[in-house]
Write a protein of this length. Structure first.
Length: 178
């Protein structure tokens, strides 16, 4: 998504999380070496059992401070694989943010976002100006902008898919059926 396409918006149902959500909750150590599909089935199993059965493709996570604290495990990939389209948090841990870029998960810091949304409301993110709006209340916030090249990688599916699309690396071979 670049150029004129960046003027689009992205909207999704909000799931609320508190401060200091650790990557261990997103990608538990017990499934760290499992297939991506298995990992995705275990997201938030310790603190929100059944959440993966409720989240839908395109939903947003709204969280407090230091979202993604913890190890550098690819928790952002597991959230993306669950269908999460965007993470909006008061602050995002640097390691988690880098993994969000690498794995194609839109993750943005947005001061005031936690207080501006209740679970189940709809968040609307505008790519043109990095504004975030609560569709139900009309509240409007300003997310911190990130460089367009990073944004392009996030919305382009992640680092490897973007590099493949640009012809910089060979496509990953198709996996054989089990």
């Amino acid at each position: 998504m670049s150029g004129a396409a960046m003027s689009q918006t992205l909207a999704g149902r909000v799931w609320k999380f508190s401060d200091h959500i650790n990557t261990d909750l997103m990608l538990p150590g017990s499934v760290r070496q499992a297939a991506e599909e298995v990992q995705a089935r275990h997201v938030f199993v310790a603190n929100r059992p059944g959440w993966v059965d409720q989240v839908q493709r395109g939903d947003f996570i709204v969280a407090g401070e230091n979202f993604g604290t913890g190890s550098s495990r690819p928790a952002a990939r597991s959230l993306r694989n669950c269908g999460v389209a965007c993470v909006l948090a008061e602050t995002i841990n640097g390691l988690f943010f880098r993994n969000a870029v690498n794995y194609g998960l839109l993750a943005l810091e947005c001061p005031g976002v936690s207080a501006a949304f209740a679970e189940g409301q709809t968040a609307v993110f505008d790519f043109a100006d990095f504004s975030v709006r609560n569709r139900e209340t009309g509240a409007r916030l300003q997310a911190l902008s990130i460089p367009r090249k990073l944004l392009d990688v996030m919305v382009g599916g992640g680092l490897l898919p973007v590099m493949e699309a640009r012809g910089l690396i060979a496509p990953e071979p198709a996996k054989a059926a089990p």
